[in-house]
Design a protein around this ligand. Structure first.
Ligand code: BG6
Length: 460
């Protein structure tokens, strides 16, 4: 289906952190690649003018990926700025004027969800919502009820097909490659199910803390920040059935089916931790019970996956920064020919910092003992300078109307349904030392055969 390309990009929160770290670098890359040629209107309440915004954008580019003189010049010619309060209709009249007749603008809300309703209402009253797309940032709500409320607000002005909920994990090449690998290699399908897979574990480790985002993080915690969205998406890419067609709805239908087959997580299946020192972070409540680490266990009760436990853990201030999945296969049987317990095969997908797919296979050791050892067959790709960063990918797709990499509302609600009750159960929070693999209490959530801690090798 041919989609209308957005003819302007308006981004709210232009002077904020996300704009600085991710949006300006993506805009420069889009301009450089030729995918962004329409007016770009930054909006914020900072008392700034366009020159100040440009200065900030320049700093952002220097710090995040580098300034490309030709692309920067082009970006400057497209950039406009509206300063004003989101409660003031004059701000939106100015936005409408800056749109200069654009018929299909894309409005990107890089602002806290508490401001959404005000901005959406003002966009409607000013006429700037007409024919427009809406791009929103995760987290989509705080729980199931607030996600439904957020949806109600957005649907007042935009149909579901015009709402683009960003989950930048979906735009990572290795995450997309996971599906491609599964469905384009004929040996995978016969293996990739309950008959052969014993357990699956997903680790998202970050070796840094909350990096000045204490007040956001303290309202959020690990489950809401990365598990309910990024890691569930990753799990869906790993476990969904092959979509019937290559359109966004066919793909998103299959993901929702995975979530529908998961029961809400029980308190015994979640362990939460908090690193020592978190309470001293700026913006964190002195008696905060927010988790900076979580490990959980769940089951997908589908024909393909019933009986295979899935383990997910994520945390700040862990020993490395790395996201990977390890699927362990059932052991081969001991026979009269090969007695004893044979090594277990495993398949590993690394999402970052590099893209790796590997298989551990059992080979005869070369020490002449007749024993066997596991050898890892590895395919690795390192990021290349001209690779599209996830934020560039999602903004490019949203501007062109391709919804495949965005979370649909039914998906978001299913994801909340799974974690909501256990988040409200106020399970205990256990301390852990920075640069360790979380609290010792998390041992109760350990995959058969243990966690496989990611090990990083230096980039060649
Ligand atoms: C964000 C979370 O969505 O994803 C952060 O809010 C997290 O807490 C980040 O660090 C990780 O993304 P990436 O792409 O750097 O792995």
């Amino acid at each position: 289906m041919t989609q209308t390309h957005s003819d302007a990009l308006v981004f709210f929160g232009a002077t904020g952190d996300l704009a600085y770290k991710k949006i300006f670098p993506s805009l420069q890359s889009m301009v450089k690649r030729g995918t962004l040629t329409v007016p770009i209107i930054g909006v914020a309440k900072a008392g700034w003018n366009l020159d100040q915004l440009k200065a900030r954008a320049q700093d952002s580019l220097r710090e995040h990926g580098g300034l490309d003189p030709a692309a920067w010049e082009k970006l400057c010619s497209l950039l406009r700025y509206v300063d004003g309060d989101y409660a003031d209709p004059a701000t939106f009249t100015a936005v409408k004027t800056a749109l200069a007749g654009a018929q299909h603008p894309a409005h990107y809300l890089a602002i806290p969800p508490s401001l959404f309703e005000e901005v959406v209402d003002q966009l409607v009253h000013s006429g700037a919502a007409k024919g427009a797309r809406m791009i929103v940032e995760k987290p989509f709500g705080h729980d199931l009820a607030s996600a439904e409320e957020l949806d109600r607000i957005l649907l007042k002005a935009f149909p579901e097909s015009s709402i683009f909920r960003i989950d930048h994990y979906l735009a990572k090449g290795p995450v997309q490659n996971m599906m491609s690998f599964r469905f384009s290699n004929s040996f995978m399908e016969p293996l990739w199910n309950r008959n052969h897979i014993e357990s699956v574990q997903i680790t998202m480790a970050e070796d840094f803390g909350v990096q000045g985002r204490g007040s956001f993080y303290d309202q959020t915690g690990t489950v809401r920040d990365v598990i309910q969205n990024h890691l569930f998406q990753l799990m869906c890419n790993l476990t969904m059935e092959s979509p019937a067609r290559n359109d966004s709805e066919s793909i998103r239908d299959e993901k929702v089916k995975v979530l529908k087959a998961i029961s809400p997580i029980q308190p015994a299946d979640l362990v939460r931790g908090q690193f020592h020192g978190y309470l001293d972070e700026k913006g964190v409540a002195p008696d905060s019970k927010t988790e900076t680490y979580a490990a959980l266990r769940l089951n997908i009760q589908s024909w393909r996956w019933a009986g295979v436990p899935f383990y997910i853990r994520a945390g700040k201030n862990l020993p490395v920064t790395c996201t990977e999945v390890v699927a362990r296969l059932r052991r081969p049987p001991a026979t009269k020919y090969m007695e004893g317990e044979l090594p277990q095969n495993q398949i590993r997908f690394r999402i970052s910092p590099d893209m790796t797919i590997s298989m551990c296979v059992s080979v005869l050791s070369d020490d002449g003992s007749g024993g066997r050892e596991l050898e890892e067959l590895i395919a690795t790709r390192h990021p290349q300078p001209d690779n599209m960063e996830p934020y560039e990918r999602v903004l490019t797709d949203a501007m062109s109307g391709d919804e495949s990499l965005f979370a649909r509302q039914d998906y978001v609600e299913e994801a909340w349904r799974i974690v909501d009750p256990v988040l409200k159960a106020s399970t205990p929070i256990f301390p852990y030392a920075p640069q360790t693999w979380g609290p010792k209490e998390a041992e109760s959530i350990t995959p058969p055969g243990g966690w496989s801690d990611p090990v990083l090798t230096p980039t060649p």
